[in-house]
Structure formats: C-alpha cells, structure tokens
Ligand binder design. Structure first.
Ligand code: PLP
Length: 392
C-alpha cells in the first residue's frame, strides 16, 4: 500500500485520481438508490443530489438563468456524438445540409464524426494546424463562409496531447463573423488553465468530462444554448427535459459537484505553472540536441502539460516502462495499440515525422502535485532518461 502511495502519477490529461471528497463520499457508502424520476421519498432523495449538482454548476460557471440548459451524460465522447449527429438529424429534418468544421488535431470523438456524416448526406471539413498546433482563424472563417446550410464548428480549447490553448476569443470571432454554431470541447480545461470556470456564453455549447477533474468515470455535462438546433440522440423516458433520456447516473453526477468543490478550493494556477515550468526547464536542458518540448513556441500553453518529442528512435514504450518501474506514471502522447506505440495523429498533423510522432512523451501534472512530488519526479527522470538519450 505504501509503495502504491509513493507512486507519482503524472498523467492527468488521461484521467485524474478521485478527489478527496469523492473518495469520502464513496467510503461513507450512504447512497441514495431511488430512481430520480420517482415521486416518493427515495426518488426525491436521488433527485435532490442531482439538483444540488445542477445548481452548483449554474453558480460556478455563472450560467445565465435564461437561454441555457445543462445536461448530464456519460462523458464527452457521448456528448460530442449526440450534438454532431443531433444537428445533422435536425438539418435533414429541415431539408438542409449540415456542415461540421473541426480541427485535424481534435480528440478522436470529434475527428471520427467525419466518417459518419457523409453516410447521412452531410459534410465534415477538417481544418489544419501549424507546427505549433495553432489554427489560422481567418482560414476557419473563410472555410465556413464558403458553405451554405446548418453549420457547427468544434473548438477544442486545450489540446490533450500538447497542452496548446486556443483562446476563446478566436471562437467568439467565428461566432461573430459567420452564421455558425460553436461547440467548445472544454474537457481539458478544469484545473489546467486559469479562468477554466469562466465560459463565454456568446458561444453555444461547452462539454466537460468528470473523470478529468477528479470525479467518477462515465459521466460528464454539457452547457448548451437553447438556440442550438439539434435533435438529441438519446430518445427514451424524457429525462433531463429530453436532452438526454435515460435514468441519470446519480452518484456520478453528484461526484461532479464534490470534485469541482475540491478543485475550486485548492486550485493554485501559479503553483501548477511553476511546477511545470521548473520541470520543463530541467528536462529541456537534459535533452540537449536529443529532443525538444513540443509546441514550445505556441502563443498559449496550458499550466500542466509537457510534451517531448525525440529526434532519434527511442523505443518510447521501453522508456515509459522504465519510468513506471521507477514509480512514475507518464504516457506517450498517442495511445498504444497492443502495448506498442502508434504515431500520434496530432503530431503528424503538426508536421512531425512518423518516427517523431511515435516517440513522444507526455507529462501532465495535477492541480495538487506538490513540490516534493516534483522533486522526486525529477530525480527519477534524471536517473532514467539519460540512458535513452545516449543513442546516436
Ligand atoms: C479533448 C478531449 N475531448 C474529448 C475527450 C473524450 O472524453 P471522455 O473520456 O469523457 O469520453 C477527451 C478524453 O481524453 C479529451 O481529452
């Protein structure tokens, strides 16, 4: 047990450990079990904790009382699928064509919509990025203006692999200068940028995923303008005003409130940035000509993410295993397939070679990672990493 506790977990962009209040809630075990749609006592108890979460989100994110809805779902993958296909379905019902604009470095749940939309008679338009993972918003605006019909632009505020931040002002310009609806993938924002709790409601929708900020897995929420023209994908018992039918994940939803309360109570943006910057500077020095910090020159980067690309074949899976053995969990940017790294789609889009896109390391620290943990992580890096940098 002690050994497990001594491990260093630096893969917060993949998922976050459960926050303290969520652990206490689960440990306590005094769960309400009623169906939140039932009108008797047990049902009302379940409804109460969902309502508390709902009210808390309205307060925390300053969601306007009029014109915006919040609904819970099983996570961002579901929400993005529901919104995109739901808008496509709405367009079809109106005899319109639906155009979906997305960045080639968005999460797979966004990018893969391009496979489904043509099957439904609609169109998806990928927007490329430069070597720093940035988009040219003028190009986006021109692309959108060229199309007629119902349009949606997916704007990923923080990239999960590189930590590059796209300021919301860019999305607001798209909204002002085109007739496009905008969905913000805000999954990687809580605890990872300043002002993560301050959405701009000129934009039409924001999606968050609970497991990225210390709540339970398989649950998330979307804030949505009532003007969004879509037909929700989940039909059923009419829960959540029909925005997402299905019996609510009561405990998962309540864990969102608990985890966000913990996060807002303890979040210290300066400390997270200082920890990240210090480790990054040391790693950069150690890398020398062997590698570099990815997107170092991007206009805006988040507080917690360091992505390293190596200039020679490094056998990234062996490096990750060696760090793991030493007690440190970090990931290669791209996912692994059967334990072998695959080239990162994001890095390939940014212009990296196949070899470099296969050899990247992502370190994503947590909002409560301590100075002592950072020092121990550096000790591990400085012992393990040089062995992998020596090769020609
Ligand atoms: C930017 C981004 N969008 C969407 C998702 C999908 O989230 P979920 O795990 O809730 O389906 C992720 C998960 O890694 C992500 O990082």
């Amino acid at each position: 047990m002690k050994l497990i506790n001594r491990r260093l977990y630096f893969d917060y962009n993949a998922t976050a450990p459960l926050s303290e209040s969520v652990i206490n809630y689960l440990r306590n075990g005094a769960f309400v079990f009623g169906n939140p749609s039932s009108i008797y006592t047990e049902g009302r108890e379940a409804r109460k904790i969902i309502s508390e979460t709902f009210d808390y989100l309205r307060l925390l994110f300053r969601i306007p009382n009029e014109g915006h809805e919040v609904f819970f779902h099983s996570g961002a993958t579901e929400a993005i699928n529901s919104l995109v296909k739901g808008m496509a379905m709405y367009a079809s019902s109106q005899g319109q064509k639906f155009h979906f604009f997305y960045s080639a470095i968005d999460h797979s749940s966004v990018v893969k919509q391009a496979l489904h939309l043509p099957l439904l008679g609609h169109e998806a338009h990928a927007i490329s990025v430069d070597s720093n993972g940035e988009i040219d918003i003028e190009v986006v605006i021109q692309k959108i203006k060229q199309q007629k019909g119902l349009k949606l632009f997916n704007f990923t505020q923080v990239n999960n692999e590189t930590g590059v931040v796209w300021p919301l002002d860019l999305a607001i310009r798209v909204k002002h200068e085109t007739d496009c609806f905008v969905h913000v993938d805000a999954v990687q924002t809580p605890g990872k940028i300043v002002n993560w709790d301050n959405p701009h409601y000129e934009l039409d929708s924001y999606t968050f995923s609970a497991h990225k900020f210390g709540a339970m897995k398989g649950v998330g929420f979307t804030i949505l303008s009532q003007d969004m023209p879509w037909i929700p994908m989940h039909m059923g018992g009419g829960q959540q005003k029909g925005l997402r039918a299905g019996t609510e994940n009561t405990h998962g939803i309540y864990s969102i409130k608990l985890a966000l309360e913990d996060l807002t109570r303890t979040f210290d943006a300066q400390a997270v940035k200082m920890h990240k910057d210090t480790l990054e500077a040391s790693l950069e020095k150690m890398l020398g000509a062997a590698g570099q910090i990815t997107a170092k020159r991007a206009g805006h980067r988040n507080l917690n993410t360091i992505n390293i690309t190596f200039n020679h074949e490094i056998k990234i899976e062996l490096l990750i295993a060696a760090l793991d053995l030493a007690g440190l969990s970090v990931s290669s940017g791209p996912a692994c397939s059967m334990g072998m790294p695959v080239a990162s789609r994001v890095l390939l889009e940014m212009g990296f070679t196949e070899r470099m896109a296969k050899n990247s390391l992502r370190i994503s620290i947590g909002p409560r990672s301590s100075a002592e943990e950072m020092a121990r992580a550096w000790e591990i890096f400085s012992t393990v990493l040089p062995k992998y940098l020596d090769r020609p």
